[in-house]
Design a protein around this ligand. Structure first.
Ligand SMILES: Cc1cc2nc3c(=O)[nH]c(=O)nc-3n(C[C@H](O)[C@H](O)[C@H](O)COP(=O)(O)O)c2cc1C
Length: 171
């Protein structure tokens, strides 16, 4: 199954995480295209039936710069028939009131514009106060990664999440 990954990064953490994710997806039989939002566009998402958006939260609850720059287009994109998953990066100790907000900022328009979300992720194992990254089902809109405080758990979290989404996509 072909899956696209669209990521944005300000200081490189998300790129590192996407490299681990890409490898894990390939080991599990996916064909993977990776797009850096510093050069990709929202329209590129139209090519994929399913894709993953990997985005860190910046500036107290805001999108990473490249996603921020295209948010207007993202908000009006037609997600009908698209299956979208999220990987959010954040710092739960430094920003406990806005932990992983970015995945909620992007997740809501996907649902509003006809898309479906796979890969919701439980909050067990994270300590934070509030998060706009929480969906109505009480889970994060996607996999939560904290390279600042829990880097040692990143690889295991990615492995578990890939196993989960494989099941959800019926691969
Ligand atoms: C100035 C600044 C603001 C940040 N704001 C948030 C935030 O509001 N919520 C959060 O969860 N993480 C926040 N973070 C943490 C980043 O999301 C985290 O370090 C992430 O791994 C950065 O990813 P990148 O290297 O791909 O840009 C912030 C970090 C900095 C330096």
């Amino acid at each position: 199954m072909l899956i696209g990954i669209f990521f944005g990064t300000n200081t490189g953490n998300t790129e590192t995480v996407v490299e681990i994710l890409e490898k894990e997806l390939k080991v599990n039989g996916f064909e993977v295209d990776v797009h850096d939002m510093s050069s990709a566009s929202v329209d590129d998402m139209a090519k994929y039936d399913q894709f993953i958006i990997a985005v860190p939260t910046w500036n107290d609850g805001e999108l990473q710069d490249d996603f921020d720059a295209v948010f207007g287009e993202f908000e009006s994109f037609d997600f009908s028939g698209k299956k979208v998953a999220f990987v959010g990066l954040g710092d739960q100790d430094g920003y406990p009131d806005n932990f992983l907000d970015a995945i909620g900022i992007l997740g809501k328009p996907v649902l509003k514009n006809g898309g479906s979300i796979f890969g919701y992720w439980p909050t067990d194992g994270y300590e934070f106060t509030t998060s706009a990254g929480l969906a109505e089902n009480g889970k994060f809109f996607g996999l939560g990664i904290d390279q600042d405080n829990q880097e040692d758990q990143t690889e295991d979290r990615i492995k578990s999440w890939v196993a989960q989404i494989k099941g959800e996509l019926g691969v």
